[in-house]
Design a protein around this ligand. Sequence first.
Ligand SMILES: Nc1ncnc2c1ncn2[C@@H]1O[C@H](COP(=O)(O)OP(=O)(O)OP(=O)(O)O)[C@@H](O)[C@H]1O
Ligand SMILES: [Mg+2]
Length: 341
Amino acid sequence: MTTTTTMVEVRGLAKQFKSASGAPFFAVKDVDLDIRKGEIYSLLGPNGAGKTTTISMIGGLIAPTRGDAKIGGYSITKQPLEAKRTLGVVPQEIALYPTLTARQNLEFFGRMYGMNGAALKSRVDEVLEFIDLTDKQNERVDKFSGGMKRRVNIAIGLLHKPQLIYMDEPTVGIDPQNRRRILDTVVRMRDEFGMTVLYTSHLMEEVQEISDRVGIMDHGEIMAVGTVGELIQKIGEEDMLIFRVGTQAVSSAQLEKLKTVEGVTSVTYEQVAKTTNGEGNGNGALPADGRVVARAKRGRQALPDLIGLANTDGIEIQSVEVREPDLEAVFLSLTGRALRD
Ligand SMILES: Nc1ncnc2c1ncn2[C@@H]1O[C@H](COP(=O)(O)OP(=O)(O)OP(=O)(O)O)[C@@H](O)[C@H]1O
Ligand SMILES: [Mg+2]
């Protein structure tokens, strides 16, 4: 049952396509999904995971093979008009009229939503202000960078003041400055307007940064759902503490001693070949750099004791790095594959 705190409720949603050879396959396999009002929910998954197919069904752009979704309580199959009115859409492909200005594009799409007159004009002013393109509003969008075009696309999604907006990989192929603005915009939609955001990406860093909850998707299935912290906890991943020790030798007796520090589960020594990126003498004969790698559940707590023990035992530490587990580690643990291409 839909409660007042639920914005999207997806049950058993599936989509069958035909592959190039004509063989049917499920791009989305009976997905269940609950998105709460006012949260940023991200679907994280690699290319072909089924993210676009899932949200295209939620947005009423393609019909599900089976299953249903409710947006704000409205069924996408039984009350599609009401469901669509609740939703703003920022598609993966930028869709704008190139020869029109930013303002003209917004007015055109606004009229498609049934807006007009003074109400349309003031709403266009508002969304231009929100995406910070007021001063560029009268320029043709074919003169815009990809990032600016994307921002106009976001503004279009906001025109009819939807409670929910979905954004399909809005930062892909966008320069860092515009990417930063877009991510800030997503957070502001939640914080200033109380909107719910359904976000998709294959980029672990940004999903980790902006999301209240994340659904990890692969091969048409949602493998796990939770906050970033919950997902990391679920796989029981440990911190990695990396001590660079240069060319000095470290004995297994010294490693054994480090292993006695509370919370530490393993300590290993490895050599990393130095790269000759322009600094070497060209014959590749640089000595390898050594590093001691300790693993612990709460790495930062074990750190002082590890450093103290290393010092008294004659291990000269040149630098320390604490690497906390991230969504990449979660994805690897769930699927056995790396998220990155
Ligand atoms: N209209 C279609 N006909 C046939 N196969 C399709 C169709 N649309 C998508 N697919 C296939 O369904 C699978 C899921 O595609 P989808 O676009 O949903 O993935 P995605 O997670 O959005 O990936 P991307 O990161 O590439 O956008 C892929 O194997 C894709 O090739
Ligand atoms: Mg996609």
